[in-house]
Ligand binder design. Sequence first.
Ligand code: FAD
Length: 344
Amino acid sequence: VVDEEDAEEAALAKMLAAYRGVWVFVEQTEGEPATVSWELMGVGAQLAKEINTELCAIVIGHGVEHLCREAFSYGATKAYLMDQEVFRFYRTEPYLDACCHLIDKYKPEIILMGATGMGRDLAGAVATRVKTGLTADCTGLDVDDKRNLRQTRPAFGGNIMATIMCDKFRPQMATVRPHVMPMSEKKDGAAGEIVREQIALNEADILTKVIEIIRDTKVGIDIAGAEFIVSGGRGMMGPENFAMLQELADELGGVVGASRSAVDAGWMPHDRQVGQTGKTVRPKIYIACGISGAIQHLVGMQDSDVVIAINRDKDAPIFEVATYGIVGDLFQIVPAITNRLREL
Ligand code: FAD
């Protein structure tokens, strides 16, 4: 039995040792990169440094070689490029084949993708095909002394933070939502190696066809990229009171966000929701008005540079993450702040 166990352990160690490199999937639409890819380069570089391996980009598309150079400027030293007409538009099947071809041939240790519509779709499909684990929506990533990726994410409805490891399989795969990781520093003109790969794919065998692209012309408010956010919760008491928050947001040049309670009550649209099932935000200033600070809300805003909480309950959990806390009635405090800003 001991011999058998030893042999199993040796086989596992050999398999683990065959995988090296941290890869970041560079998500793009018609050659335009998604910024989450560059955010992932920052954490990817950190992981690569810790386990003394290289940071590589996966670039799949058509006419996308420029993204390899952009990946170098964000810290990658190598880019695997699969540039073919069949990859012009994102479709699960060809992108899955492309990723798996690269993984089979070059054996990465860690793969990071954005937790976007595309990244969530592709990462799940890849993990299934290569028979490895995937941790979705990670909020923290680091490595232990055995090169295992420690993937932290909220679990059980956000009531605990779980650290998940995939210690017997490779590659280790994780997705991270946009704005969870800080943007990595750009160094224009940095050099790297482009590894070109091609696969034979027959368009007729691909089940999904792109017939037409119809762009969404609705110009939504992007709370995820805003520098100043004034958010309201159940304490706002009704939709009409959000006008007060809009006035304050206008003075700051910011936008209005909301807790899930306010969204569920129909006071604000879902695209304004901050938190685990809404957007992750990282503004310079986040003002929480009448929001208690449930963990599911906190995971979406706790990395803001400055958090100002206004709540009449001095024990509200929001004060635990607040840089400045104001205990009192928001209906008096918010207009007072707005008026003071107008005087400046
Ligand atoms: P409450 O918890 O009811 O808090 C209202 C606060 O307003 C209280 O602290 C009260 O003291 C204060 N208040 C009332 N009147 C005033 C006043 N006049 N002046 C000052 N303060 C006042 N929530 C999110 O926000 N985002 C998410 O993405 C999210 N995802 C979730 C996912 C799951 C799986 C689950 C289970 C829950 C999720 N939730 C999410 C819900 C979350 O658990 C909380 O229920 C929600 O955040 C509470 O919203 P709130 O703080 O606005 O309301």
